[in-house]
Ligand binder design. Structure first.
Ligand code: AMP
Ligand code: MG
Length: 344
C-alpha cells in the first residue's frame, strides 16, 4: 500500500491537504495525524471495516479498546449514554487536552472500537491539525498511538513512517508533538473518578478540580488485573534489554563498567544534567531533570534512538513520581519490563 505524506505546517480549516486526508478517513482508510500527546492512527469510529484496519496495521490485540477523538461536545453525545456531572466538570477544565474519559457507551456503538466493553473512552485533543481533520471528516475518529504494537509511541511523523509506511494510507506531518506521553485515562463511571493510566494531565491537576481521585490498584501492583485492557501489555520497549536504576550516576557507571568488562556494548538513558558524567557506547539524554515536562516530550524519541546504536544493554535513570513524573515512570517501568536495580 502506498502511504501518502502530507506536510502541514499550519492547520487551517479547509486546508486542501487536510481535505485529502479527511476524504480517506471518510472512505474508511486509516490515516496518522499529530495530537498534542503523540501521533494517533485514525479511522472512522462508525465503521467496523475501518476500525479493523487500525488493529491490522499496528498488530494491536483486538481486546485493547480504542480512544475516540472528537472535536465537539455534540459528537460526544452521539457516542456516550450520558455525561455525568463529574465528567462535565473534567471536560470543562481540561478539554481540549490530554485527558481521556471512560463513560457508558451509547447502544449501537461499534464493539470493535470498545473491544466489547459497555464503556467507551473519548477525548478532545488540543491540536489544531487534529481538530481540523476531525471537523473536516465530520466523523468521530478512533485513534490509538500510531506505532507498531509494543514499540514506543511516535512523537514525530518520521517515527510513524518507520513503523507503518506501507501499512497505512497516509500520514499528516505536523511536526513534533508537545506533551510527549499519552493522555491520562480516567474512569468516570463510578462515584469517584479513577485514573486507569497516568498521562499528560497529572493527578494533582485533577485533584485541584474535582477533589478525591482514586488510582486503579493495578498501577502500583503488578499482580492486579488492570481495568484498562491496554495496561496489561508490554510496551515502549527498545530492542536491547532496558534496566532502570535507582541510584547515583556513579553506581550506574559501575554497572556499565561490569558489562563493558564482559565485552558488551552499553547505553545509558540520561538527562542533560548528567550526560557528561558517563562513559558508554551510546549516551542519550531525554530532557532536563530540572524540568520533567521536557523528559516527557523527549522520552519516546530517546528510547527509539537506542535502536540505531546497536547496544547490548541499556541502563536508565529514574525520575520522581510527582506531577508528570508519574506518567514518565509508568512508561519507563513498562519499557524495562519492571526490571529495576537498586543501589544499596
Ligand atoms: P492508546 O490509544 O494506544 O494510547 O491506548 C488507549 C488506552 O485506553 C489503552 O490502555 C486502552 O486499554 C484504554 N481504553 C480504551 N477504551 C477503554 C475503556 N472503555 N475502558 C478502559 N480503558 C480503555
Ligand atoms: Mg499506544
Amino acid at each position: 500500500m502506498k502511504t501518502s505524506v502530507w506536510n502541514i505546517k499550519e492547520a487551517v480549516d479547509n486546508h486542501s491537504l487536510l481535505k485529502e486526508a479527511a476524504t480517506l478517513l471518510q472512505k474508511n482508510e486509516v490515516v496518522a495525524f499529530p495530537t498534542e500527546t503523540v501521533y494517533g492512527l485514525g479511522a472512522n469510529a462508525k465503521s467496523d471495516e475501518a476500525l479493523k484496519k487500525i488493529f491490522t496495521a499496528k498488530g494491536r490485540p483486538s481486546d485493547n479498546p480504542l480512544i475516540i477523538h472528537i472535536a465537539s461536545i455534540q459528537q460526544a453525545n452521539e457516542i456516550v449514554e450520558e455525561i455525568p456531572e463529574m465528567a462535565q466538570v473534567l471536560m470543562d477544565a481540561f478539554w481540549p487536552g490530554p485527558l481521556t474519559l471512560v463513560l457508558r457507551k451509547k447502544a449501537g456503538l461499534s464493539d470493535v472500537a470498545t473491544a466489547g466493553l459497555d464503556t467507551v473512552a473519548i477525548r478532545m485533543p488540543d491540536h489544531p491539525i487534529a481538530l481540523s481533520l476531525i471537523r473536516e471528516a465530520n466523523l468521530p475518529i478512533a485513534a490509538p498511538s500510531a506505532n507498531l504494537s509494543g514499540k514506543p509511541s511516535p512523537t514525530t511523523a518520521q517515527h510513524v513512517e518507520k513503523d507503518l509506511a506501507g501499512r497505512i494510507s497516509g500520514i499528516v506531518d505536523g511536526g513534533e508533538t508537545g506533551v510527549g506521553v499519552e493522555s491520562t485515562v480516567v474512569d468516570c463511571t463510578e462515584a469517584v473518578p479513577v485514573i486507569l493510566r497516568p498521562g499528560g494531565v497529572t493527578k494533582e491537576e485533577l485533584q485541584r478540580i474535582i477533589g478525591e481521585v482514586k488510582e486503579d490498584t493495578a498501577l502500583h501492583n503488578k499482580e492486579a488485573a488492570p481495568k484498562s485492557p491496554g495496561m496489561k501489555y508490554t510496551h515502549y520497549a527498545p530492542e536491547a534489554p532496558f534496566v532502570l536504576v535507582e541510584g547515583s550516576p556513579m553506581f550506574i557507571q559501575s554497572l556499565m563498567d561490569e558489562k563493558k568488562a564482559a565485552g558488551k556494548k552499553v547505553g545509558v538513558l540520561t538527562t542533560e544534567e548528567n550526560k557528561e558524567f558517563y562513559q558508554a557506547d551510546c549516551i542519550i539524554p531525554c530532557g532536563q531533570r530540572s524540568k520533567l515536562s521536557t523528559v516527557a516530550s523527549g522520552l519516546y524519541d530517546a528510547l527509539r534512538a537506542f535502536d540505531e546504536c546497536n547496544v547490548d544493554v541499556i541502563f536508565g535513570e529514574v525520575f520522581p513520581r510527582e506531577g508528570i513524573g508519574e506518567a514518565i515512570m509508568n512508561r519507563m517501568m513498562k519499557a524495562a519490563g519492571h526490571t529495576v536495580v537498586k543501589e544499596k
